[in-house]
Design a protein around this ligand. Sequence first.
Ligand SMILES: *[C@@H]1O[C@H](CO)[C@@H](O)[C@H](O)[C@H]1NC(C)=O
Ligand SMILES: *[C@@H]1O[C@H](CO)[C@@H](O)[C@H](O)[C@H]1NC(C)=O
Ligand SMILES: *[C@@H]1O[C@H](CO)[C@@H](O)[C@H](O)[C@H]1NC(C)=O
Ligand SMILES: *[C@@H]1O[C@H](CO)[C@@H](O)[C@H](O)[C@H]1NC(C)=O
Ligand SMILES: *[C@@H]1O[C@H](CO)[C@@H](O)[C@H](O)[C@H]1NC(C)=O
Ligand SMILES: *[C@@H]1O[C@H](CO)[C@@H](O)[C@H](O)[C@H]1NC(C)=O
Ligand SMILES: *[C@@H]1O[C@H](CO)[C@@H](O)[C@H](O)[C@H]1NC(C)=O
Ligand SMILES: *[C@@H]1O[C@H](CO)[C@@H](O)[C@H](O)[C@H]1NC(C)=O
Ligand SMILES: *[C@@H]1O[C@H](CO)[C@@H](O)[C@H](O)[C@H]1NC(C)=O
Ligand SMILES: *[C@@H]1O[C@H](CO)[C@@H](O)[C@H](O)[C@H]1NC(C)=O
Ligand SMILES: *[C@@H]1O[C@H](CO)[C@@H](O)[C@H](O)[C@H]1NC(C)=O
Ligand SMILES: *[C@@H]1O[C@H](CO)[C@@H](O)[C@H](O)[C@H]1NC(C)=O
Length: 810
Amino acid sequence: MRWNHRLAPSLGLILLTSTAKAAVDLSQYVNVFIGSQGPDGTGAGGGDIFVGGARPFGVAKVGIDSTAANWTTAILNGGWTPDGNVTGISMMHESGTGGAPKYGLIAQMPLTSVEAPVNILDNQTYSQPRVGDDEASVGYYKTRLESGVTIELSASRHAGIMEYSFPDGEKHVLVDVSHYLPGSPGDSGSQFFVGGEIGIEDDGKSYSGYGTYIGGWNNGAPFTVFFYGEFSETPDQARTFSGVNTDPMPKYQNLANGGISQPTYGNQTKKASSGPMNDRIGALMSWGSGSASSVISRVGISSISTARARSYIEKEISSWTLNDTVADAVKEWNKDVFNKIQVPLDDSANMTHVRLLYSSLYFMHLMPSDRSGENPLWDSGEPFWDDFYTIWDIFRCTVSFYHIFQPEYYESMIRALIDIWRHQGYMPDGRSGNWNGLVQGGSDADNVLADAYVKGLRGSINWTDGYAAMRKDAEVTPYNTFDPTDFTASTKEGRGALDDWKELGYVSEDRNTRSISRTVEYSLNDFALSQVAKGEMPGDVQKYLNRSAGWQNIWDESVESLNFTGFLAPKFSDGTFNSSDYDPRLCGGCEWSSYTYEAVPWEYSFVIPHDVETLIKFMGGSETFNSRLDMMFKPNMAIQDLGDNGAGITTLMNIGNEPDFATPYLYNYINKQYKSVAQSRSLANEYFKDAAYGIPGNSDAGAMNSWLLWQMLGIYPIVTQPVYLLSSPWFPDLNMTINGNKTLRISATGLEDGFYVQSVKINGEKWTKNWFEHEDIMVNGGRIEFELGQDAKMWDSGDVPPSPGHVELK
Ligand SMILES: *[C@@H]1O[C@H](CO)[C@@H](O)[C@H](O)[C@H]1NC(C)=O
Ligand SMILES: *[C@@H]1O[C@H](CO)[C@@H](O)[C@H](O)[C@H]1NC(C)=O
Ligand SMILES: *[C@@H]1O[C@H](CO)[C@@H](O)[C@H](O)[C@H]1NC(C)=O
Ligand SMILES: *[C@@H]1O[C@H](CO)[C@@H](O)[C@H](O)[C@H]1NC(C)=O
Ligand SMILES: *[C@@H]1O[C@H](CO)[C@@H](O)[C@H](O)[C@H]1NC(C)=O
Ligand SMILES: *[C@@H]1O[C@H](CO)[C@@H](O)[C@H](O)[C@H]1NC(C)=O
Ligand SMILES: *[C@@H]1O[C@H](CO)[C@@H](O)[C@H](O)[C@H]1NC(C)=O
Ligand SMILES: *[C@@H]1O[C@H](CO)[C@@H](O)[C@H](O)[C@H]1NC(C)=O
Ligand SMILES: *[C@@H]1O[C@H](CO)[C@@H](O)[C@H](O)[C@H]1NC(C)=O
Ligand SMILES: *[C@@H]1O[C@H](CO)[C@@H](O)[C@H](O)[C@H]1NC(C)=O
Ligand SMILES: *[C@@H]1O[C@H](CO)[C@@H](O)[C@H](O)[C@H]1NC(C)=O
Ligand SMILES: *[C@@H]1O[C@H](CO)[C@@H](O)[C@H](O)[C@H]1NC(C)=O
């Protein structure tokens, strides 16, 4: 696919700001296709990203949906695939997720015939291959269908605008309320359409209604999306239709094994309703035959009402000129996101780096979705956010970036997390379609809250409640949801293996799944509690600090692997280890029922950010820690097949998934910062590209992109601590607006010679530590000056980074 280097003509490359200073349109450097493909050019092993029109944290993500070229390898999660045929243009998408798809809702499809063999209830009969390369840039997407129709689109925060350029002949737009992104056949996480209603408005060119959907990866409850759509041209004929629902949805009425039905058309002003059999419904707008022309449509969506859906069109997309909305989108992205980071763009600039920078920012702002004012479940006046998909991915370094870069949005997100606990009992780990789920490891919203708290975020957050929400995670076992992927405990929220954790101080292998990775995550979760307890409930500090050492309980000193001894290991509830055939390089699939999730014990054995001091001791001291870290980066040492989560990586270190995000930086804890720089830089260079296959696996709601972003800044945050490690920046000069209106400036000399740090100054002061604290420069802004060079240098002679969760259990 081609990515548009140019912008909407109304915008041009140079914008004039109010101060008449020429400002560059930074959105032009975003490659919106990074992560759109895997290594073989299909979606398999790719980033599963959304491609289409969107705003920063917007509700509407407008883009095409497509068919699965091959269900074994197809990934429909973002709607767009490189090789699928177009089934519709829909209003809601996720970006970067794995598992069964969610959304792909409220769809239109331009058709040039509706006669047999086309059956508007059978997407196989009308789906369209694309011709040539798709084009897209921030807020703009264009594709050409084999039928001769060209689709262009853009989006506002809750609405979308689509322009269909039809060739000579019939012109129809199918509105299929029963359209959704399906899971692969037999996937228990598939979503389904379970009912709705649609009616044509009196003006004969507008329609409104709602659709209700269940399922998706997070096993979501039914949720309803209201819509209002309108066309620029009054159709000659506007009909609603309904048809028997034959999709194989569990627990809802339908016609089993009926084969796809034919539609029954209603009258002009008649509503079509799903009724008790959950019939499929929609509308067909037809403009008859004629010469080539365009039809434009604007569609608003809401969780509350059709009236509100309509109001979003009026408020957000008042023009019928598509490129006005594109220009608006570009303006919003620049103002809210891109303009807040300035780097040199002159001849000396490495434009690949510039594009990676702004593209990373783009992908980190597609999710979660700010649904404030759109809460259909309760009325509290608090902000409302959805599509935390998932916190397991974004807690490690994405939220720390929001903290400094999007303080208002971030405060709002945290208030929403707490309000979900208030009204639904638990904060989410994953959440989408107004429903908590799934929990892959710990209750990682605890880490998010602690990270914000220790860095001083207060604002309008009720921290009494925030801590109470965390305490619920730490004290109350959630009811079992009997998820087909894991029958043993809740996958919806909270900590499913909490009973073990409280009784034994670890998660046992015989009573629970994912025993090792959950022990690791619960440890950090409880450290998170201890940090917030310091301010909110001092009497709890020691208790949770003690519990945060639980990982030590499953450290088996006798396990040996690749000449290293001492690893996390599966332990039974009777206190003995299961040492039969235990190999910490294997995980037995790394899935829900394995003893580690999406990484092997070798990797998880490094994921103790709150007490690296004890970790180093357990591993045998600094020297062994150093060589053991080196082993993580040695090629061909991995023996577990991680499938798409492995991105073809042969080292134990897997940058294609989140658990290892901090691992390359751990050399800082033994004052060998140059090795952190070398390892992290080499991962970044090898796996992150300004290309369609530009990230190693799923972007995971932008988590991958945020890892790269920190790498480019030359710092890395240690989550739940007000601490950042220093690495090595990619730009000679970078100004970043932080904390609303402060400036963080990161500059570097000697980039052309090499990336090793020779010396560092922070706010003019010579710095010998390879880390700094939040208040050093992240509150009021400040300056980091790096001197870089060719030779690895042991410049870091100061104290090593802290281990505030240091507890001696043994
Ligand atoms: C909108 O802008 C794009 C990018 O400049 C351009 O290719 C396209 O033709 C424009 N579309 C319309 C409908 O004007
Ligand atoms: C096509 O439509 C059928 C019938 O509703 C549905 O089961 C299937 O999931 C759809 N396929 C795609 C790729 O949308
Ligand atoms: C797309 O449609 C073409 C032509 O109808 C067909 O040959 C091809 O198999 C379809 N591909 C997918 C992925 O559905
Ligand atoms: C689908 O993909 C799988 C895995 O790559 C492959 O084995 C299979 O042959 C493919 N099926 C078709 C019909 O191409
Ligand atoms: C459409 O309306 C006409 C006139 O009111 C009525 O005779 C006809 O039965 C209606 N058709 C359907 C499909 O409801
Ligand atoms: C960063 O800000 C400083 C101080 O305002 C300025 O001198 C410098 O040119 C800026 N750098 C960039 C890349 O904008
Ligand atoms: C720009 O950076 C890329 C990726 O790091 C590198 O491959 C390329 O050589 C650099 N280009 C120049 C002109 O330095
Ligand atoms: C926080 O919420 C609790 C009730 O949930 C309330 O009693 C308390 O007054 C609130 N604190 C603030 C500062 O609003
Ligand atoms: C924490 O652990 C220490 C050492 O095992 C123990 O003495 C202390 O009572 C524990 N404190 C709490 C609050 O559990
Ligand atoms: C482990 O040590 C033995 C003996 O020194 C050596 O032969 C072997 O290569 C080492 N294994 C690895 C993976 O380094
Ligand atoms: C002990 O570990 C082995 C190897 O991983 C595994 O096959 C076995 O099921 C485990 N035993 C129990 C009781 O969990
Ligand atoms: C800077 O931001 C703070 C916090 O948002 C605000 O109180 C202050 O008024 C802002 N100052 C300026 C000059 O915008």
